[in-house]
Design a protein around this ligand. Structure first.
Ligand SMILES: Cc1cc2nc3c(=O)[nH]c(=O)nc-3n(C[C@H](O)[C@H](O)[C@H](O)COP(=O)(O)OP(=O)(O)OC[C@H]3O[C@@H](n4cnc5c(N)ncnc54)[C@H](O)[C@@H]3O)c2cc1C
Ligand code: FES
Length: 543
């Protein structure tokens, strides 16, 4: 039951006045619409007065059919592709920081000089063009090769064999980065999933809603692994690590030697423990297979119950509503997302979902499930065809634990993401790292953090001494409302709200002892990016 193709992904960013007609679309759709629609802005091959582009300014134009971003830094002018290679975000609406531009949607960062994707979630470069200045005018000339910069100084000789356990965000980003760094050694990526690395956030959003076809889900086509010499083994369950002989042990008895090992085993959904939890229409969502199973069931479902009002639970609720299924959300808390975003945002999220027809049963839990009903602790009964449990995740720590790595509610890593055992690194949902911004050891479950950690771990395995210094970032999407969050605030003593949450134009600052720990926002993309940069600058100043 896919949505009408004419409405694919068309959740317009109906933000505050002046927010522009930007539409949040998956990458390939942007590419398609860019091809189909006529180019915007001036034809940059015809020349543009230098005065039309002030220092620090960006301008959207085009070269032929290609949308091009023109940016000025002092006397230097840069021309790069105008759409982010993650989901096609409009870079001209992003933030210039030194000789880089940051995407307004999910904070990817591109080099203006080389086009390279410097910070995930974008992993592919944007195109770049030669720029000529003549007689006070700017002319954009030929497209140029994208230059990939190599990481900074390294110590020691690179390892011969790198093994990555995990084919998710962190594992994939690490493998990709290793090859981008021109690492010539052997890379083996072992995943006990049947699917190659996928765009996991999409599994609760566009893909589940029926707004994105399945071929948008893989992070890369199969040919990528072959062409890049990355040995991707799917269905490969790693059952142990022999720390002494430096080998990983697979479920089928094979032993694979490594010189450097990256553990990126992610997290798994917490399973329900109540009668009926094992029934076939009761599902959790982590993998593509999970998502396919929910979609299959959704095709014949009229009513669904989502257990848990977490980010994933509520994104699932929104996607099922898009499929016209009646959705009930059952959760023990008083307000959804209050613990992470505060009461005001919690009320907004609830109202937003209610506006779309979701029925909440808060301060309640399920006590039993059978073929047709979910019984509630409060005594009620809901008739149901599909149940999705989104009641949290648990980091997969078994391998690390058995291998004797130091644990503290996650795998303990240092600034370079190395664990307590030299040569073994950890990244993503399992890693607890010394966060330079909060000054605390934290573990988060964010897509962008996992990818960026994978990249840092890749460099570290090659001998680089670049610490993981990124400020945590995550986004969540509910219908046409994106929520962006920068920083990390487990507790705060002051919550300052700028703008109006209910009219979807707001920035929330979570402070403790007067210090801003985190910023959540709706349609305040530039301020969200500025907050990220300020947090990064504080980290750099303190280093
Ligand atoms: C449906 C959904 C939507 C999400 N949406 C968002 C979002 O909008 N924004 C956001 O910031 N975050 C989101 N997240 C969270 C984000 O996806 C995770 O934080 C991220 O995937 C963590 O990356 P990872 O590499 O640590 O783990 P994963 O991506 O989970 O990858 C772990 C990999 O390890 C493999 N593995 C585990 N154990 C073994 C073993 N013993 N042997 C071999 N392989 C093994 C698994 O098969 C998997 O391939 C979402 C998560 C889900 C499930
Ligand atoms: S669209 Fe640019 S970071 Fe996602």
């Amino acid at each position: 039951m896919f949505a009408d193709p004419a409405s694919i992904g068309h959740w317009p960013r109906t933000g505050p006045p002046g927010a522009g007609p930007t539409v949040k679309l998956p990458t390939r759709e942007i590419a398609m619409s860019a091809e189909q629609s006529s180019p915007t802005g001036p034809d940059l091959t015809q020349g543009l007065s230098l005065d039309a582009l002030a220092d620090g300014q960006m301008l959207l134009g085009h070269v032929g059919q290609d949308p091009v971003l023109l940016a000025r830094r002092g006397n230097e002018i840069f021309a790069i592709g105008a759409n982010c290679t993650h989901y096609g975000g409009p870079l001209a609406e992003g933030l210039l920081v030194d000789d880089t531009v940051r995407c307004p949607w999910h904070h990817a960062c591109f080099s203006l000089r080389t086009g390279e994707a410097l910070h995930a979630p974008a992993l592919s470069p944007v195109a770049r063009w030669q720029v000529e200045q003549r007689d006070g005018r700017i002319f954009v000339r030929d497209k140029q090769e994208v230059r990939q910069s190599r990481g900074k100084s390294r110590v020691g000789t690179p390892p011969d064999k790198i093994v990555i356990v995990g084919g998710g965000a962190a594992g994939f980003a690490a493998a990709e980065r290793l090859r981008r760094e021109e690492y010539q050694g052997r890379i083996t990526m072992l995943s006990n999933d049947d699917a190659p690395p996928v765009d996991r956030p999409n599994l609760s959003k566009d893909y589940l809603a029926g707004n994105a076809p399945e071929d948008w889900v893989p992070l890369r086509p199969d040919s990528f692994y072959r062409d890049s010499g990355i040995e991707l083994e799917l269905g490969a369950n790693v059952t142990g690590i022999d720390v002494r002989s430096r080998e990983v042990v697979l479920g089928d008895g094979r032993r694979l030697p490594y010189d450097r090992l990256l553990l990126a085993t992610g997290a798994e959904p917490v399973r329900l423990s109540l009668p009926g939890a094992d029934l076939p229409h009761v599902r959790t969502l982590r993998s593509l297979a999970d998502c396919r199973a929910i979609i299959e069931r959704a095709k014949t479902s009229r009513r669904a119950v989502v257990l848990g009002a977490s980010f994933i639970g509520l994104e699932v609720a929104a996607s099922l509503r898009t499929r016209q299924i009646e959705v009930h959300v059952v959760a023990p808390e008083k307000r959804p997302m209050e613990r992470i975003l505060g009461p005001q945002m919690g009320d907004f999220v609830r109202a937003l979902h209610e506006e779309h027809g979701v029925i909440f049963h808060l301060e309640d839990t399920a006590s039993a499930i059978d073929g047709k009903t979910v019984r509630l602790k409060s005594g009620g009964t809901l008739t149901v065809d599909l149940v999705v449990a989104g009641i949290g995740v648990r980091p997969r720590l078994e391998l690390a634990e058995k291998a004797g790595l130091a644990l503290d509610r996650g795998v303990v890593v240092g600034h370079y993401l190395e664990t307590s055992v030299p040569g073994i690194y950890a990244a993503g949902d399992i890693a607890r790292w010394p966060d330079l911004h909060s000054g605390e050891r934290i573990r988060v479950e964010h897509w962008v953090v996992a990818e960026r950690q994978g990249q840092t771990a890749a460099l570290a395995m090659l001998g680089s001494r670049e610490p993981f210094a990124a400020v945590p970032f995550f986004w969540s999407q509910h219908y046409d409302v994106p929520i962006n969050y920068v920083g990390h605030a487990e507790k705060w003593d002051d919550l300052a709200i700028d703008g109006d949450i209910m009219s979807r134009n707001c920035l929330l600052r979570y402070r403790r002892n007067g210090r801003v720990l985190a910023v959540a926002s709706i349609y305040r993309d530039i301020e969200s990016l500025q907050a990220e940069v300020m947090m990064e600058q504080k980290v750099a100043a303190a280093a």
